[in-house]
Design a protein around this ligand. Structure first.
Ligand code: C2E
Ligand code: MG
Ligand code: MG
Length: 408
């Protein structure tokens, strides 16, 4: 965040008023739900600060830089932490153990306070909050300033059991080595990469790379600022587990959030299905034809939140698709009616917890039919693979399991 231009001393006036804002009880907050990308179920909330100055709401982008510059962010930060504890307790009292976590923003200026960990511990104790109910969000750029001091403070916070999220990830030039050393719990991909993602191959590459890296480091990924169904489709297919954005929910008052959560907290139906089918190619395709099939299929899958893998060999297609059940079903029906596919046979279908091919709008490989035959110990050179595979759904499943292990 940059300090806004000080026109006619306006910023100094705002800064002076801000110092009083806490005492005058002008600060408030909103809660923005964070949902599971696949099901839309609420998993967490982010607490976002609001300031009502002389009856007009001033946004945090405007006043947080002033609060940081004047140092009053430290006291405001403790107030914010108390509110987060209050919300966490209220959620637990009202809804029991399985309630959303509460994320809150911490400014880098707060990390300079030598007794920060001690104060946060006191506040948690006085509210009776377990640290794992909270998530501290620190922007990537603040993490990278004064790194060694920051690391010591983060280690103290971690020792309290608090979890850390890197906010606005992708904008702050952190090196992978630093990221691995900090071992945050969550990465929040900045809105800059999410906005218009479905039309921007470069952003898609960035989001895919971040979510693959996060998966291998076992970090959670939140896509920030998802506003359209198309953007949701892409981030789902890329394997981002969580979404925060206006498509689902805007920041809400505490009362509105409690009402909403009371209505929607019942588990939504599982949102992730898979399907495997085999078919014969109506016309034996050459490499150019295969590309002509794959290109639009990939674009379509990306927009629909589908991922998967396609094998082609000896005039046979065998495809694995994963995504939302109804979307999969619509696609499968259109494949059944597609004149390029003959003898379309469903081989397996069901629900899964996790994607096998997150980040793969459609992987592709040609197989040598002969190799498969050898693997299966088959002697009969004239055997029809289509028939053979039909009798072997388990073989189809293990083909995709194997390729997902080697490709990711
Ligand atoms: P942030 O932590 O990255 O918070 C997300 C911001 O993105 C919020 O703006 C939220 O309203 C906005 N947002 C979420 N989904 C969408 C979307 O789909 N479209 C668009 N256009 N915006 C979306 P907000 O509330 O104005 O906060 C701005 C920033 O102010 C925050 O960015 C955070 O850096 C800072 N901030 C907010 N509260 C606090 C606080 O308590 N302490 C500190 N230090 N900083 C805070
Ligand atoms: Mg944040
Ligand atoms: Mg952010």
């Amino acid at each position: 965040m940059t300090l806004p231009v000080d026109q006619f001393g306006e910023n100094s006036e705002i800064a002076a008023d801000l110092m009083q804002a806490l005492a005058r009880e002008e600060l408030d907050f909103r809660l923005q739900p964070i949902v599971a990308a696949e099901t839309g179920q609420i998993q967490g909330v982010e607490l976002l600060l609001r300031w009502s100055r002389a009856g007009t709401e001033v946004g945090p982008d405007r006043f947080i830089p002033l609060a940081e510059a004047s140092g009053c962010i430290v006291d405001i930060g403790y107030w914010v932490f108390e509110q987060a504890c209050r919300v966490a307790v209220q959620l637990q009292e009202q809804f029991g153990e399985q309630t959303p976590y509460v994320a809150l923003n911490l400014s880098s200026r707060q990390l300079d306070e030598a007794d920060l960990a001690e104060r946060l511990q006191q506040i948690m104790t006085s509210y009776g909050v377990r640290p794992e109910r909270l998530l501290l969000e620190i922007t990537e750029s603040s993490l990278m300033t004064n790194l060694s001091q920051t690391r010591d403070m983060l280690a103290q916070l971690e020792a309290l059991g608090l979890r850390l999220a890197v906010d606005d990830f992708g904008t702050g030039y952190s090196s992978l080595a630093q990221l691995v050393r900090l071992r945050p719990h969550t990465l929040k991909i900045d809105r800059e990469f999410i906005s218009g993602l479905n039309h921007c191959p470069e952003s898609q590459q960035v989001v895919a790379a971040i979510s693959r890296m996060a998966r291998s480091l076992r970090l959670q990924v939140v896509a920030e600022g998802v506003e359209t169904a198309e953007e949701r489709g892409v981030v789902r297919a890329m394997g981002c587990g969580l979404i925060q954005g206006f498509l689902f929910h805007r920041p809400l008052s505490l009362a509105d959030f409690l009402t909403l959560y009371g209505q929607v907290r019942a588990p939504a139906p599982q949102g992730l299905d898979f399907l495997i089918y085999i078919s014969r190619a109506a016309v034996s395709p050459d490499a150019a034809m295969l590309q002509a099939i794959l290109q639009p299929a990939r674009a379509f899958n990306l927009s629909q939140g589908l991922s998967g893998f396609l094998f082609y060999f000896d005039n046979i297609f065998i495809q694995y698709l994963e995504g939302e059940g109804q979307v999969l079903e619509r696609l499968y029906q259109s494949i059944q009616g597609d004149p390029r596919h003959w003898d379309v046979q469903e081989m397996a279908r069901g629900q899964i917890d996790q994607r096998l091919f997150a980040g793969w709008e459609m992987g592709f490989q040609t197989l040598e039919g002969r190799l498969l035959r050898t693997q299966l110990g088959l002697a009969d050179a004239d055997q029809d693979y289509h028939q053979l595979l039909q009798k072997n759904p388990a073989l189809c499943c293990s083909l995709f399991e194997a390729i997902s292990q080697t490709s990711l």
